[in-house]
Design a protein around this ligand. Sequence first.
Ligand SMILES: [Zn+2]
Length: 78
Amino acid sequence: MRTYTLLPCPWCKSPAKLDQDCNAGWYVSCSFVRCPVLPISADYKFAHMAAMAWNCCGQSDRLPALMPAPTEKHGSSN
Ligand SMILES: [Zn+2]
């Protein structure tokens, strides 16, 4: 697996970790279990997107077109 440079947690300065959830979505979270905030990113389809989103913390104007993978819509939107 590729490794990505992740900024440390903005609150506790612990290393962040990239992980996959049960739906195979990628997210970044603080690795320190006693972190006062335990930030966790949204789920992304690709690992690099989760890493980019995490690293853009507090700089939303720099966020590229990164949106969490939209949930599959079945049927009409009505
Ligand atoms: Zn933390």
